[in-house]
Design a protein around this ligand. Structure first.
Ligand code: CIR
Length: 284
């Protein structure tokens, strides 16, 4: 059974994570146990924790350089995947959805993240939705294009999870569209992203433009070659900047041709645990 807890407090203003309003992000450090992080898709190979930490620090620095205020939560050695905070909480216009993550080993990563977000957002009129019963969802299955939302039906996100998200979005007046995630991919954000509020970047062999349905005027789906699917996970930032993973030349060239300032980051060690750029932060 799905349990929804609504917390309504005094209103002051609403926060959102639309592109022009990305201001604050939460990240989490990498534990030594990262060597045992789940890896089934992009992943594989022995992980070098020191190098992964270096790459993560460069990522955090790039966000700071772009003017984002960063909160770092300590690593948790009992949770090898804890750096992938995106899966643990979904913040939409200051409202928090706390999913039950789809992999049992990741369920207990959430408490310090939910505690911090609730403290930060407590002044807003927030609704906190907790998923209960059979509902399962990883935040990595949610993609936002302006006021339109997509959710991946994946090995981590099921119908009951989608139902809870839809309730929140119905209440906020936003549309939700469901996308079936192919078997060779973990999450929706593993194979797509919105580098701007009008572009969805994805890859051939994973998704087709029609999977996203008819988009609002001025918006489009752009397909990258299959071998650059990992590069399709980007983080659009205010000021026409976009973070991308290094070594995906078609992605880089396309985004530059759109007039964006492209910042490339080496994420090779984090990729070994199936993690992409967006997985390592929650904007709130
Ligand atoms: C996992 O399998 O859960 C992690 N090794 C990777 C999570 C990546 N997160 C994401 O795509 N949002």
């Amino acid at each position: 059974m799905v349990r929804i807890k609504d917390t309504l407090k005094d209103i002051s203003h609403m926060a959102t994570v639309r592109l022009d309003q990305k201001k604050r992000a939460l990240v989490r450090s990498i534990p030594l146990s990262f060597t045992r992080a789940l890896a089934q898709y992009f992943g594989g190979g022995e992980k070098n924790v020191a190098l992964a930490r270096e790459q993560h620090s460069a990522y955090v620095q790039a966000l700071k350089d772009a003017g984002i205020h960063i909160k770092v939560i300590d690593e948790d050695e009992n949770h090898p995947d804890c750096v992938f905070v995106e899966d643990q909480a979904v913040v939409i216009d200051g409202h928090i959805l706390l999913p039950v993550p789809g992999h049992p080993s990741r369920v207990r990563e959430q408490p310090p993240i939910s505690k911090y977000l609730r403290e930060q957002l407590r002044k807003l009129k927030i609704r906190t939705c907790k998923m209960g019963g059979e509902g399962r969802m990883d935040g990595g299955d949610i993609l936002r294009l302006g006021d339109l939302f997509f959710v991946g039906r994946s090995t981590r996100t099921n119908e009951r999870g989608i139902f809870v998200l839809k309730e929140l979005l119905d209440w906020l007046g936003y549309e939700l569209r469901i996308i079936n995630i192919p078997q060779n991919a973990l999450h929706l954000t593993s194979i797509s992203s919105t580098p701007t509020d009008s572009i969805i970047l994805t890859a051939e062999g994973f998704l087709k433009p029609e999977d996203f349905g008819i988009l609002p005027e001025g918006c489009r789906v752009v397909l990258m070659p299959e071998e650059e699917v990992y590069g399709c996970n980007t983080i659009g930032l205010p000021g026409n900047k976009v973070l991308i993973a290094k070594d995906y030349p078609t992605v880089a060239q396309f985004l530059r041709s759109e007039g964006l300032e492209v910042i490339e980051l080496d994420f090779s060690e984090i990729r070994k645990a199936d993690g992409s750029l967006t997985c390592c932060s929650i904007f709130y």
